[in-house]
Design a protein around this ligand. Structure first.
Ligand code: DQA
Length: 161
């Protein structure tokens, strides 16, 4: 099992940018915590950050056949990108959206997420801890998918017998 973590524009500036909003933690520290968690869960994990919309679309598409689930913070593209939303829909993988800040307590233009409706769920406003929660949510979804597949395989085998 493999989880792909995709980080949108300006998240490479965490720890420097608007610390009163996003806190002092750097992206590399968030990722090293997630890596530890992935080891505990016995899953592979890969990290990708880009400031470019098309690169994020490409990475989501590449997940098809390469990853079992996606954790994404599309950052500012959350509020603008139909292309990222369509890419999420296209791959039809479980996707968990994360926002470090509570976008609903901020400027009105951040209140709408174009991507959230095509994700399994969203975790918003819990700081970097949101990524930890997203890992737990993703593992829960992957376990459910695995159970359903096993049940289907059993039912099929019983039908053939
Ligand atoms: C963000 C919220 C977005 O509105 C903003 O553009 C970001 C970060 C968050 O994690 O809180 O860059 O996605």
């Amino acid at each position: 099992m493999k989880i792909m973590v995709i980080q949108g524009p300006n998240l490479n500036m965490l720890g420097i940018r608007e610390q009163h909003v996003y806190g002092p933690m750097k992206l590399e520290n968030i990722h090293s915590e997630m890596k530890k968690q992935a080891e505990q869960f016995n899953v592979d994990i890969e990290f990708f950050q880009s400031n470019l919309e098309g690169e994020i679309v490409d990475k989501i598409q590449e997940c098809l056949g390469d990853a079992d689930a996606i954790i994404i913070n599309p950052a500012a593209y959350t509020h603008t990108s139909i292309a990222i939303r369509d890419a999420i829909s296209a791959v039809n993988l479980p996707v968990v959206e994360v926002h470090i800040s509570n976008i609903y307590r901020r400027e009105e233009f951040r209140h709408k997420s174009l991507t959230a409706p095509v994700c399994a769920g969203s975790i918003v406003g819990f700081g970097p801890f949101g990524y930890h929660m997203a890992m737990i949510a993703t593992m829960q979804i992957l376990n459910e998918v695995k159970m359903i597949k096993e049940q289907q395989a059993k039912a099929q085998a019983a039908q053939q017998a």
